[in-house]
Design a protein around this ligand. Sequence first.
Ligand code: GAP
Length: 579
Amino acid sequence: MKALAELAKRRGFFFQTGSAYGGVSGFYTYGPHGATLKATVESAWRERWATREGHDEIDAPTIMPEAVFEASGHLDGFDDLLVECPACEQSHRADHLVEGQTDIAEAESYTAKEIEGLLAEHGITCPSCGAPLAEEPVEQFNLMFETAIGPGSTNRGYLRPETAQGIFVDFPRLREYARGELPFGVAQIGRAYRNEISPRNAIVRTREFNQAELELFFDPDEDEPDLESVADVEAPLFSAEAQTADGEPSFQTIGAAVESGPIADDWVGYYVGVATAWYDRIGIDLDRVRFRQHQAAERAHYARDCWDAEADVSGPGQDPEWIELAGIANRGTYDLSHHEAHTDERYRVFSEYDEPRTVERASVEPDMAALGPEYGSQAADIAAALEDLAETDQRAFEGETVAVEVDGETVEIPTEQTGFAVEEVTERGEQITPHVIEPSMGIDRTVYTILVHAYDEDEIDGEERTVLRLPPEMAPTLVGVFPLMDKDGLGEQARNLAADLRAVGLSVTYDDSGAIGRRYRRQDEIGTPYCITVDYESLDDGTVTVRDRDTTDQVRVGIDELAATLAALQDGELAFDQL
Ligand code: GAP
């Protein structure tokens, strides 16, 4: 993986930001090839998770006021466990130290006290200087970056730790765009910020990163996903039960996994299926992926069930190194009901019954002319208490008097003064709080995994080469165009050809420097799937050679067919060996 990091920096995939200023850990810049690859991953996500599903996309601000995060629970619950080394004063994620220095796999689910105990029990030491951490306190550290909105410091805000809240806070408006009909999904791709205690593994754990999230709002009694479309997808599932029993992940079809376990929720099953097929399409090796079900103690404060997509990003011959690519969580009604409780808005949807229902509706019309003089300022509260009681307990109105609690005092009101009545009304439906399923993907980790899984070293004609075996759809450059030599009109023809291919929207690089073999190697290591050489034959018969990156095979193709041929290769409509 050192080799990949070196390649990423040298060939402009990603590098630590601002090294001239010493660099701050957790901040990375994508170079030209990396920025293109990241944009391609985002487009492929948008195409599959928003456009093809018929969902709308929004773009919300990255800073929001404190009240939003009070309601969402992030102010109180979005913490990691921190331990500081007494010798070198470096801060570490205490649960990661436990995972790194013991056999415990998921220490995130332990409490601060339990982790303190494990530091002592296992003699855990500081990874920076080796000092023992046995006696050190483990504290909760909130991961949100705080800021002040406007001048002064009274209006506190936070950089969003997930893009999701931008969707939840504006649910009442988004509901209107969806004409109030469930199910509907809202997608968002954008930056998220977390003040990670110990950023690591380049773009795998950073303090500013990119998420692609879909919030699917649905009625659990009415709405079902299109399970049939993913029923035959084979996904590598690692259930909570298999983890407890020290088992292994196993490939199961989504149809079987939803029907007879371990996936209990149809929507979660649907998205595990969509994610599996999508990862395969963008170049992630499914033999190095698993969907791991969260243990109850591990779930985020809002989640009712969650499956993480994890990828093994270890190098050849190393122990597996699993990173979390995505979480697919059932968030229930947590977010919408919390935002409703903290605002004056209704975060609900009117759900129409199949048939109108006739129900008994109890109401009161208190005699204020009698209650006012007797109870003074308490009369309005008594009327409100009677109204609540009529909705919840009609039998309370069966006697001569009705007892209600007001300001901690029981007040007896003559039933005839309550104006209690029961009438039959016909209702078309009711207001319900939608449930939410959320597939939440990390774009940076997806980019990283694509690169790790594409990275290969082999030997061509006795010479070692590094090659990124990216799917043509994902490659930052689709085709390199070279003249055999920049003379006798070959250079001019190659430059014209490159311009013509760019004009039809293909991503093309032109290169005439050095031996042709060196030019091929340069393209191989950034994953360019095809290279075209204009040679003397091209001047005679209007054909060029097209070379395939993976096999290094070459075929001659007419210049007038090139644009269509390359586009078909990129879209997967044509394979190189069919040429
Ligand atoms: N809205 C749910 C949510 O944010 P999460 O599991 O905390 O869930 C979703 O984050 C994804 O975001 C993760 O699966 C991971 O891919 C990515 N992610 C989280 N923290 C990250 C970090 N510090 N650096 C890079 N990616 C990160």
